[in-house]
Design a binder for this molecule. Structure first.
Ligand code: VGL
Ligand code: ZN
Length: 201
């Protein structure tokens, strides 16, 4: 069961959005062109309440991209983004969602952030995605989306730890921080996660 997991291809991560990823929109036609190659396609959606702990606006005196400590862990404070029910939380209008079997939402608990589609950042609660994929008989998991160095990376890392053979589709993803992403690619390669191009599928 060859499966594609599309991470957070949402308006707020597109150029002009509140937490824009450079060239985030360039991945949309690439993702559309590969979906037919998979037996199963699922997606994640960053889906925060307005009072979410990761928003700088909810911390007096703090600015966007400040790092604070929450539950003993560093937390980057983001601009408000992907607020439940807003246009910014919608998927890019040109993204083909027809083949998607389901959508896993994350970041819904106001008290903890969730970069990975599998677990919150404290690994306290699972989204149920591992159980879903295992019950479907998924072995090979291909990942793509936004942002490459944050939510796609953390989802890939968790998927790898859960025992899936992971393939990170580089040209169907874009990072917020290019230098950070270069380091993460090295780490993933070292672990045995394959970094591939959409042409290799
Ligand atoms: C993301 C920062 C905050 C992402 C989500 O989808 O990469 N990044 N929330
Ligand atoms: Zn978020």
């Amino acid at each position: 069961m060859k499966t594609l997991l599309i991470i957070d291809v949402q308006n707020d991560f597109m150029p002009g959005g509140s937490l824009a990823v450079p060239d985030g929109d360039k991945i949309v036609p690439i993702i559309n062109s590969i979906q037919h190659k998979f037996d199963l396609v699922v997606a994640s959606q960053d889906w925060h309440p307005q009072d979410h702990v990761s928003f700088a606006s909810n911390h007096e005196g703090k600015s966007n991209f400040d790092v604070i400590e929450i539950h003993g862990k560093p937390q980057t404070l983001w601009p408000n983004h992907c607020v439940q029910g807003t246009d910014g939380a919608d998927f890019h209008a040109n993204l083909d969602t027809q083949k998607w079997e389901t959508i896993f939402r994350k970041g819904t608990d106001k008290d903890i952030d969730s970069y990975s589609a599998f677990y919150d950042n404290g690994h306290l609660k699972s989204t149920g995605l591992t159980g879903y994929l295992k019950e479907k008989g998924v072995s090979q998991l291909f990942l793509c989306g936004l942002a490459a160095d944050i939510c796609v990376y953390f989802s890939t890392y968790d998927a790898f730890k859960e025992g899936f053979a992971c393939f990170f589709i580089e040209d169907a993803s874009r990072p917020l921080d290019f230098e950070e992403f270069e380091k993460l690619k090295e780490k993933m390669t070292y672990l045995g996660i394959q970094i591939i191009s959409s042409a290799d599928i």
